[in-house]
Write a protein of this length. Structure first.
Length: 264
């Protein structure tokens, strides 16, 4: 009797789970658009071009996903710290904003991917900081570290460099300005942002680490109850990995400078 009840409970769970997922896909089809939340201030993931369009690595991925689903892509610009809340209240369908797949975030939302691998690095004018071999070398009260508010970089400083002074910025432009104006000794962030900033400013005097402090997988964030939606997105990312689409986009946005002329 107990086994029969258990079997019925399991079937009911998966039936309910499936209905919720189908409902999500039905909503997307009826709306005919996919709402993707991002900051548009995280180059080369996503950034504003001089013609006021949003371009970048994640924009191209998002467009391919929307195309494969037969939907229009709708980009929703938000502050990084507001992305998960926006997802949970239904303001957006997907997060694509250079978001690291972490255990803490994964307890709130589901992740698809990774579609890119990053690592924690720094942007600074001080060679002594760039010579750091571990976070402990920067764990000093005299060190002022700028990070993106709500990011894993912010959490990383709190955990591994608690003695340092943390300055949280709403976006990367603000964080980089803190370094430029000597209000922070360094910016701690994913190495993609660091490489881009140095790439755009070759004569600035910026220096960085020889090797990133850690390994950070970047993925799409979605609501965990959307089983079919999660499965569909993961299959699309897997397909893009296998057919070389992801590699091609990475080469263009992370190693080519052709797109730089599109920016201010």
């Amino acid at each position: 009797m107990k086994l029969r009840l258990l079997g019925v409970s399991i079937l009911f769970f998966f039936f309910t789970f499936s209905l919720m997922s189908q409902s999500t896909l039905s909503i997307l089809k009826a709306r005919e658009e996919l709402k993707v939340g991002l900051t548009a201030t995280q180059p080369p993931y996503a950034m504003m071009a001089k013609d006021s369009t949003i371009i970048g690595f994640e924009i191209d991925i998002a467009q391919k996903i929307a195309d494969k689903m037969g939907l229009k892509l709708n980009i929703v610009k938000l502050n990084f710290a507001d992305l998960i809340t926006a997802l949970t209240v239904g303001e957006i369908d997907v997060i694509m904003s250079g978001m690291t797949i972490s255990a803490e975030r994964n307890m709130e939302i589901a992740f698809i991917g990774p579609y890119h691998i990053s690592g924690m690095s720094i942007l600074t004018f001080a060679q002594v900081y760039a010579d750091a071999k571990s976070p402990e070398d920067l764990n000093k009260g005299s060190v002022k570290i700028a990070t993106l508010k709500g990011s894993t970089s912010e959490a990383y400083v709190k955990e591994y460099m608690p003695k340092a002074k943390l300055i949280s910025a709403e976006n990367y432009e603000e964080a980089i300005e803190l370094v430029d104006k000597d209000k922070a000794g360094l910016l701690l962030s994913g190495n993609a942002i660091i490489r881009y900033t140095m790439f755009r400013n070759p004569d600035s005097g910026y220096v960085t680490l020889e090797e990133a402090f850690n390994y950070e997988p970047i993925g799409l964030g979605v609501m965990p109850n959307d089983y079919l939606f999660v499965n569909l997105l993961q299959n699309i990312i897997n397909e893009m990995k296998e057919n070389g689409e992801l590699e091609s986009l990475e080469n263009y946005w992370f190693w080519d400078d052709e797109w730089i002329e599109k920016l201010n």
